[in-house]
Design a protein around this ligand. Structure first.
Ligand SMILES: *Cc1c(COP(=O)(O)O)cnc(C)c1O
Length: 232
């Protein structure tokens, strides 16, 4: 019951934030981040109408994808964690989206390894927006070069950008990072008018509303749907 109620409440929050921002509710998709959570919790979310799920760990994600493959072929699975190049094949073979592309080599491998009977793998370029040396993603000034590279890979489909800004309670800082992402997204769309670039993935449990105000098209929500994660 809890997960269903949480989803209802998040949809309401999305609707309210969209109204305030003068955006239609359909402009913001909800990705349910199910990392570390059991298949029973995912089933509850599915029963409540959720169909897009995000996973950070390759092996864990694939186990869940396989568990639901027959029962729920309509589900959409997004890989949203850091990816080592020796694990690209598993992502290329099992996921529908890969949100954290941060170098040409990873893109090349995913392109080569994407099974030919499947639709091209939807990809997002991850931007390092808060400029912390420890976080993944490319600096904004490298975006167009990497996008140009991906444009020539037939088994990948470039859909947009993703970012994980440094966590902060400072609203002005949140807005600054999200607004910069929105400008980059517009720049990318303008530079690649023939690509179906429609996805700006930003906003998590703690900064979802600001992300919506600033133009996100996909919020990635874990804690507010499934509760706190236990890593022990
Ligand atoms: C874990 C995670 C989320 C979800 O974060 P919450 O704060 O639990 O909503 C979103 N995006 C990425 C990339 C994550 O790793």
């Amino acid at each position: 019951m809890q997960i269903k109620d949480n989803l209802t409440s998040i949809h309401q929050q999305i609707q309210t934030a969209c109204q305030k921002a003068g955006r239609p509710q359909s402009a913001v998709k909800l990705l349910a981040v199910s990392k570390t959570k059991p298949v029973e919790d995912i089933q509850s979310a599915i029963d409540a109408g959720q169909h897009a799920f995000g996973e950070n760990y390759v092996q864990e994600g694939i186990e869940k994808i396989q568990y639901f493959a027959d029962k729920h072929p309509e589900l959409e699975w997004h890989f949203i964690g850091p990816l080592q190049s020796n694990k690209t094949r598993l992502v290329a073979e099992h996921f529908d989206w890969m949100q954290t592309i941060d170098r040409a080599k990873i893109a090349d491998r995913l392109n080569e390894q994407r099974p030919r009977h499947k639709a091209p793998l939807n990809v997002l370029i991850q931007i390092n927006i808060s400029d912390e040396s420890s976080k993944s993603g490319i600096p904004p000034q490298e975006m167009l070069m990497l996008a140009k590279h991906i444009e020539n890979l037939p088994h990948l489909c470039l859909r947009g950008l993703m970012a994980i800004p440094a966590p902060t309670d400072n609203l002005a800082e949140q807005e600054k990072a999200f607004n910069t992402m929105k400008s980059l997204f517009e720049e990318l769309k303008a530079a690649f008018p023939h690509q179906p670039i429609d996805t700006l993935s930003m906003g998590m449990t703690d900064d979802m509303e600001t992300a919506i105000t600033c133009g996100t098209t996909m919020v990635r929500i874990g804690t507010a749907i499934f509760g706190k994660r236990d890593y022990s």
